[in-house]
Design a protein around this ligand. Structure first.
Ligand code: ZN
Length: 135
């Protein structure tokens, strides 16, 4: 699949604003971007840790999958995102190996990345995102 690194960890939170002080004052990592992703009904906040980011995800609607996640499992780690060279070929490879993909084709995520998710039912319970910077 040609994964270069863990691009980010997604963490579901009820309130980005309430969580930022923990990351900035306790962990000492600075929030460098807050962005709303309207079609996913989330607000995101990003922190850089080496070459990996932490992405806080706050639902902006009760319809958001993040709202449903928090309702079911509480706040916490939501997904792991791997940087790949080519999202489409990574999806194709995963599907060829019997893994169910949520996205059949890459779509736009936060920070201008092209992203696709693999289904947690076929990734041992870990919601897995594949992403790349568009060329
Ligand atoms: Zn993500």
């Amino acid at each position: 699949m040609d994964i270069s690194h863990i691009e980010h960890l997604g963490i579901a939170v009820k309130s980005i604003e309430e969580q930022i002080p923990y990351y900035e004052q306790v962990l000492g990592v600075k929030c460098y971007n807050i962005e709303e992703v309207a079609d996913q009904k989330v607000k995101t906040a990003f922190f850089m840790v080496g070459q990996t980011k932490i992405e806080l995800l706050e639902p902006t609607s009760e319809e958001s999958t993040i709202a449903k996640f928090i309702e079911k499992r509480g706040e916490g780690i939501h997904h792991i995102a791997f940087a790949v060279k080519d999202v489409q070929s990574a999806i194709d490879e995963a599907q060829a190996k019997g893994v169910r993909a949520i996205d059949q084709a890459p779509r736009k995520g936060a920070e201008g990345l092209m992203i696709a998710f693999l289904h947690p039912k076929s990734t041992n319970g870990v919601l897995t995102e594949l992403c790349m910077k568009p060329e």
